[in-house]
Write a protein that binds this ligand. Structure first.
Ligand SMILES: C[C@@](CO)(OP(=O)(O)O)[C@H](O)COP(=O)(O)OP(=O)(O)OC[C@H]1O[C@@H](n2ccc(N)nc2=O)[C@H](O)[C@@H]1O
Ligand SMILES: Nc1ncnc2c1ncn2[C@@H]1O[C@H](COP(=O)(O)OP(=O)(O)O)[C@@H](O)[C@H]1O
Length: 290
């Protein structure tokens, strides 16, 4: 029996998300500082003659059919580009909330491409991996390598990997799915129309205080439209802001997951405990980001 290859598919967090404009193709040009969490899904690949997927874990029932899973989409797109690609059976352990603004499906797809790359001796910089990532979804290229970086366009332009201080965070999701297209629709931009976005510098090697000061000058432009689509996001942000030591509370991606940032892991753990007590049915995770 061949040994499985394994990798983590961490949650993606948009520390900033500026919408620069709506393009003629319906997508929106973004500017976003993306980081990755300690918490995530897990993906294994057991080499074999055909491409298959098994999904288990607490949020598996929410992730849709196996045929439509982004793991399979990414793998099929790669196989179409490389004759004789070695494949196998993926096993996805799904823990992240689905349709949650933390790119669970995109991170799973990025993980699938990493594992296929490893099995076939291809680096993540290989053009076929990059192309398969881009065609799988806007957030997949940034999830190919789970390093902090700036992302532009609809996710196809990436900056170099950034060194950031380890951030102690609490992620809160009210366990209500929020569909990304609905939030972009609620933003209501016409083709060619943009928002007055202040381009922000790529922070490389800042202290926590410098990074937080920079984050305070930035926004998530999808927060207001997402609040219209799902008002529980406002409640989640309010709960985070009331916790002791919360330095910044903001939504990630198109929501509904919101994050709070703290000085240390004790403050984050205590905040998570308090929110869990108030909302026992919500998904609440103390984690680190980098
Ligand atoms: C908003 C972001 C920010 O990181 O995160 P999530 O909320 O999904 O986590 C991403 O851009 C989401 O990326 P992803 O979820 O891969 O999007 P896709 O499946 O490619 O696109 C879904 C739909 O969202 C809209 N869309 C997506 C990305 C973008 N830059 N502009 C858009 O207008 C389009 O209506 C598109 O049809
Ligand atoms: N591996 C996967 N995990 C989660 N959702 C998936 C996956 N593959 C496909 N999907 C579909 O993708 C949609 C977006 O899910 P997800 O990636 O969790 O969103 P978000 O980027 O907003 O967190 C869901 O509606 C789901 O049906």
């Amino acid at each position: 029996m061949p040994q499985p290859l394994a990798t983590r598919a961490p949650a993606k967090i948009n520390l900033t998300l500026h919408v620069l404009g709506r393009r003629a193709d319906g997508y929106h040009d973004l500017e976003s500082l993306v980081v990755f969490a300690g918490t995530g899904d897990d993906l294994q690949l057991t080499p074999g003659s055909s491409l298959m997927l098994e999904v288990s874990g607490p949020t598996a029932p929410l992730a849709g059919s196996n045929a439509d899973n982004l793991v399979m989409k990414a793998a099929r797109l790669l196989a179409e580009r490389l004759d004789g690609l070695k494949v196998g059976t993926f096993h996805l352990t799904k823990r992240l909330p689905v349709a949650a603004g933390i790119g669970g499906g995109s991170s799973d797809a990025g993980a699938a491409l990493r594992l296929l790359g490893r099995l076939n001796g291809l680096p993540v910089s290989h053009p076929a991996l990059r192309e398969a990532a881009r065609l799988t979804g806007a957030d997949v290229p940034v999830c190919l390598e789970t390093r902090a970086r700036m992302m532009w366009g609809a996710g196809e332009e990436l900056g170099p990997a950034l060194t950031l201080p380890r951030l102690f965070a609490v992620l809160v999701n009210p366990r209500v799915p929020v569909e990304t297209p609905a939030v972009f629709r609620a933003l209501g931009l016409q083709p060619g129309q943009g928002l007055a976005a202040t381009a922000h510098p790529a922070p490389d090697g800042p202290s926590l205080d410098v990074l937080l000061a920079m984050l305070e000058q930035t926004r998530n432009d999808l927060e207001l439209p997402a609040l219209k689509v799902q008002p529980l996001i406002g409640e989640a942000l309010g709960l985070l802001r009331e916790t002791d030591g919360c330095r910044l509370a903001r939504m990630s991606g198109s929501g509904a997951t919101v994050f709070g940032l703290y000085d240390d892991c004790e403050a984050a753990a205590k905040a998570a405990q308090g929110i869990r007590r108030l909302r026992p049915d919500w998904w609440v995770k103390a984690t680190s980001l980098r």
